[in-house]
Design a protein around this ligand. Structure first.
Ligand SMILES: C[S@@+](CC[C@H](N)C(=O)[O-])C[C@H]1O[C@@H](n2cnc3c(N)ncnc32)[C@H](O)[C@@H]1O
Length: 170
């Protein structure tokens, strides 16, 4: 499946992030997953690959309708179950996020990511995971909400991008 996804979709955030998200799901076993900034869906399809076969459902959000259509078509083609929602991160509000999630992956332009991470952190289940893929190559910013701790920093040079994962403390 990894190979099929790679052949279908551009890996806008680097090819490793897809398999990494799948592994993250395998290790943390989320039932409900949310993604802000799904783009063409490289990460979405990897997450949906896990949730589809493990009684979960992935919800993927972006402001680009064309990308969401493309993602739906690719998910159908691969027999993966996911739900797409059009949203503008500038106006993220409670009605866009009606449930609680076990894992939330945020991959928006940096400033929007920070804004959204703070908002969606209320919608993460206790023990759930909140991840942000950010592009400043900096592990100190953002510091994350007080209850979070960084459990993993990922993405090597030369891209200088890191995936920083926070996990809610028990
Ligand atoms: C780095 S790309 C996401 C890549 C994706 N995760 C992947 O694996 O292919 C960032 C995404 O943020 C979306 N985006 C940018 N501004 C946005 C906004 N105001 N509201 C919602 N989505 C936005 C873009 O449409 C783009 O698809």
């Amino acid at each position: 499946m990894f190979k099929e996804i790679r052949e279908l979709v551009p890996a806008a955030s680097g090819w490793m992030i897809g398999p990494l998200m799948y592994l993250m799901c395998e290790r943390t076993k989320p039932r409900k997953t949310l993604e802000l900034g799904c783009g063409f869906g490289y990460t979405s399809l990897h997450i949906a690959y896990w949730t589809t076969y493990n009684t979960g459902r992935h919800v993927a959000l972006d402001n680009n309708a064309e990308r969401l259509d493309q993602l739906n078509n690719h998910a159908k083609q691969l027999n993966l179950d996911l739900m797409t929602v059009k949203f503008d991160a500038h106006n993220l509000c409670v009605k866009n996020v009606e449930s609680t999630y076990d894992l939330c992956h945020v991959d928006l332009p940096f400033e929007l990511s920070i804004k959204c991470v703070r908002l969606v952190s209320d919608y993460i289940q206790p023990g759930g995971i909140l991840g942000i893929n950010h592009w400043k190559g900096c592990l100190i910013e953002p510091s994350g909400p007080g209850w979070c701790k960084i459990i993993q920093a990922y993405r090597p040079k030369p891209h200088k991008n890191y995936l920083t994962i926070w996990q809610k403390e028990d």
